[in-house]
Design a protein around this ligand. Structure first.
Ligand code: UDP
Length: 403
């Protein structure tokens, strides 16, 4: 018989774990929610993930796995609203979640909110339910504004993030660096923040034979470099394309960009123009969003996985590439510095510029070892990030709060 450890309410109003990962607002957070929820269920928790109604074809309640449900709330709010606009509705979301709870007659032990728009919902529920509120921001508005990519984040976001950060019971940051950023920009005392990394699915992400992966994907060219990213200015695709024109290599490498959907058309057209201007249009291939389950083939087919981002709070892609045995070239973002400690694993780009990126790619293409032994060493370097391990640390955080 199942004895429940904790009843957990996860709040992610803006984006559903059933969404198409790699499209505009659906990325690492959705993978994180799915994987941690399923692992928490393995630890006998019951997890309800509350999110907005976003697809009329989905039932209100969808079972993600044993002990994990996705609950779609507030049908009445325009499903096409951009995520920032949802902040204005936080009281309606709170009421809907409370109505759902009442209708079932249950109770939750803890509420964990994800991303800034869900923070105020978590705060209201914390007060109403008298339970601890844990927050994971996934990205920080203040840091996004510092790097200055894309539209600036609003004052509303910064103020709300700071308010929630200082009044919730615990913040989970994915890296030590994000912890420091919370202390510096939002004046949060460091002992209120737990560092729990994100993870990688080591069963899914494993090395495949490179030649057959390339054949299956129809990739040719003797050098293939890969970038897996939502199409967003923060991901630094513009500087990667500029860098491609400067890579010093006998035959220009093929760049495969995975990510994006119909909402990315204008941004992709802009990047294609950049590629034409840099003289590399024929070497760049935007393949759009690829199902998570197919990605191991892309990582295995590539000589290098590039992460040219201006900001990552973590960077799941780094772990996934290494788990597939592929070296990583990354700007100094997220988890990169903590993982890429050995030259066999990959390199941190010394400066965040196209030239520096081009030099590091050139060097890695020339010298990276693609033997099976080194591939296994890359995979071994991310073993400690397996989802069961990192979810164990998250569970301990809950346990401490609830004891
Ligand atoms: N991803 C995917 N298909 C795509 C593009 C990305 O499944 O077409 C996944 C990728 O495997 C990773 C996540 O989206 O798990 C991106 O997470 P990351 O932390 O790198 O970036 P974020 O989206 O959180 O900014």
């Amino acid at each position: 018989m199942r004895t429940t450890a904790y009843n957990l309410a996860m709040i992610a109003v803006h984006s559903c774990p059933l969404g198409k990962v790699g499209s505009h607002d659906t990325g690492g957070m959705n993978v994180y929610l799915r994987e941690t929820a399923l692992q928490l269920a393995e630890r006998k928790c019951r997890v309800d993930i509350f999110t907005r109604t976003h697809d009329s074809d989905h039932d209100c309640i969808v079972n993600l796995g044993d002990g994990v449900r996705i609950i779609h709330v507030e049908e009445g709010i325009d499903q096409a609203l951009p995520k920032e606009a949802l902040y204005a509705y936080f009281e309606r979301y709170t009421c809907s979640i409370e109505e759902f709870r009442k209708s079932e007659g249950g109770a939750y032990d803890l509420v964990h909110s994800h991303y800034w728009v869900s923070g105020p919902v978590g705060q209201e529920l914390k007060t109403g339910w008298r339970v601890p509120h844990v927050v994971t921001f996934h990205t920080l508005g203040a840091v996004k504004n510092l790097v200055g990519a894309g539209e600036p984040e609003t004052d509303l976001r910064i103020v709300s993030e700071k308010e929630v950060a200082n009044h919730c019971d615990r913040i989970i940051a994915p890296t030590e660096r994000e912890r420091e950023a919370l202390c510096e920009h939002y004046e949060v005392p460091g002992d209120r923040i737990g560092v729990v990394p994100c993870g990688v699915n080591l069963e899914l992400f494993r090395p495949h034979n490179r030649t057959s992966a390339r054949q299956t994907l129809g990739l040719n060219g003797d050098r293939v470099i890969l970038c897996v990213a939502r199409i967003d200015p923060v991901k630094g695709l513009d500087q990667l394309i500029e860098a491609l024109g400067m890579v010093d290599c006998h035959h220009a490498p093929q760049l495969i960009v995975v990510g994006g959907d119909e909402h990315s058309d204008a941004a992709v057209a802009y990047l294609k123009d950049k590629a034409r201007a840099a003289g590399v249009a024929r070497c760049v291939n935007f393949v759009g969003r690829v199902a998570h389950e197919i990605l191991p083939l892309y990582y295995s087919a590539a000589d290098i996985c590039i992460v040219p981002s201006r900001y990552e709070s973590f960077g799941l892609v780094i772990l996934e590439a290494l788990a597939c045995g592929t070296p990583v070239v990354a700007t100094d973002v997220g988890i990169a510095r903590s993982v890429l400690k050995h030259p066999g694993l990959g390199w941190i780009v010394p400066e965040n510029s196209p030239l520096s990126l081009a030099r590091t790619i050139t060097y890695t293409l020339k010298y990276s070892d693609q033997s099976d032994e080194v591939k296994l060493a890359r995979r071994a370097a991310v073993n400690r990030y397996a989802w069961p391990e990192v979810t164990g640390t998250l569970f301990q955080e809950y346990r401490t709060l609830l004891s």
